[in-house]
Design a protein around this ligand. Structure first.
Ligand code: AMP
Length: 379
């Protein structure tokens, strides 16, 4: 199998959401063809791709046929089954390799991998039944957060255990399945480091991106979080250690908590471009999607240099059924760039698009992003 996949070749993307769409946009710009596979039709990625293949992720014959028709396979959705990645790998290089999916799609495996690499996590315990939850609570203490071990994102499958929460209720709330109990981190801020690693082990990252959440979903990201240089260095080292220890080829995001005492704690990993990195499209010389493309194609990585203070505000589908967002108002500030993902059905909490905004400073960028979004009059 060739290491290099040159322009003119075909990229296969498993998954068809906005992350695949933005990867496909980078790929198109560099002269690649794009195929996508997912159970959906007229998907955000499919609208940009040359071919949209409709199949379930567990249809291994369809996955094999898909892989035979492309030059490299990557994914934009990490809950693709490991067996699907393995089936694809018989016909085309899969980058990052299926093992990375296998580790990161299960919170317990992920946390154990972090511990094995000597990296800091919140205290945690595996929980498989109510009795184990009660024992885990004694060790981890309260408050704590119970999270399903698999297939969780944006705070889904999570229950907080405060001092007065009845464990059986939290256990029922997450569906009474394999879980992880995590100590609650009293954090002062959340941030992420998006990093890329090439086939040859070259690594780059975008520094610290501050993330503000609303209802457990990312709301606003601001580039260049002003932490002390030793903390910045440490966070970037942690990210690089993760990519190296998992032997990632592609992009991976490490989400961090900055605790009250200033220590850094890894919350979770996403083995792909991340919502917080969308601001790199306009804000950096090479975006996180350009890097994913270059990495999975075996090419040298691009320069991550940030060009100006930049912030991103997510656009969720809340209130879109009632009225169409006032796009023209949001664009009145000429520094606002609008990204919409081509999703036909807005729904509360559904990521429909985002705004990226250039500011004179970080605060100015964040403020402009918030006011542009407010002028859409959808909340
Ligand atoms: P997750 O899906 O694990 O990223 O969780 C979503 C959000 O819930 C995080 O971004 C935090 O804001 C919050 N959260 C998750 N785990 C913890 C924790 N152990 N302590 C405090 N807040 C948490």
């Amino acid at each position: 199998m060739t290491e290099r996949v040159l322009p003119g070749s075909t990229i296969g993307i498993l998954g068809s959401g906005q992350l695949g769409r933005m990867l496909a946009q980078s790929a198109r710009r560099m002269g690649y063809r794009v195929h996508t596979l997912s159970p959906g039709r007229d998907t955000p990625t499919g609208q940009i791709a040359d071919r949209e293949i409709v199949a379930e992720y567990d249809d291994l014959d369809a996955i094999a046929a898909f892989a035979r028709g492309v030059d490299v396979v990557t994914f934009e959705f990490e809950n693709v089954a490991y067996s699907a990645a393995e089936s694809a790998a018989r016909h085309a290089p899969v980058r990052p390799r299926g093992e990375v999916l296998h580790v990161t799609q299960n919170r317990l495996r992920e946390k154990r991998a972090l511990v094995a690499a000597g990296l800091p996590t919140a205290p945690f315990e595996a929980v498989n039944d109510l009795a184990e939850l009660e024992q885990a609570l004694d060790r981890v203490g309260r408050p704590a957060i119970l999270k399903t071990a698999g297939f969780g994102y944006d705070g889904k499958g999570q229950a907080r255990l405060d001092y007065d929460t009845v464990p059986a209720e939290a256990w029922a709330a997450i569906g009474a399945g394999p879980a992880v109990l995590e100590g609650f981190v009293d954090f002062q801020a959340e941030f992420s480091v998006v990093a890329a690693r090439s086939v040859h082990g070259q690594m780059v990252d975008y520094g610290l991106i501050e993330n503000r959440h609303a209802n457990h979903i990312l709301d606003v990201s601001i580039a260049d979080m002003p932490l002390e240089p030793p903390q910045q260095k440490r966070a970037r080292e942690i990210a690089r250690t993760v990519l190296e220890s998992l032997d990632v080829v592609g992009v991976l995001c490490v989400e961090f908590f900055l605790s009250r005492d200033g220590s850094l704690i890894v919350n979770e990993l996403a083995p792909r471009p991340h919502n917080s990195g969308h601001l790199t499209i306009e804000g950096c010389l090479s975006s996180q999607f350009d890097q994913q493309l270059r990495a999975v194609c075996g090419l040298p990585l691009g320069d991550t240099q940030r060009l100006f203070p930049v912030a991103m505000a997510n656009l969720l589908g809340n209130g879109w059924q009632q009225h169409t967002p006032d796009w023209a108002s949001a664009l009145r500030d000429p520094r606002v760039n609008l990204h919409l993902y081509g999703k036909a059905m807005p729904a509360p909490g559904r990521k429909m698009g985002h705004l990226t905004v250039r500011g004179d400073s970080r605060d100015d960028a964040a403020q402009r992003a918030l006011s542009a979004r407010a002028s859409l009059a959808i909340k």
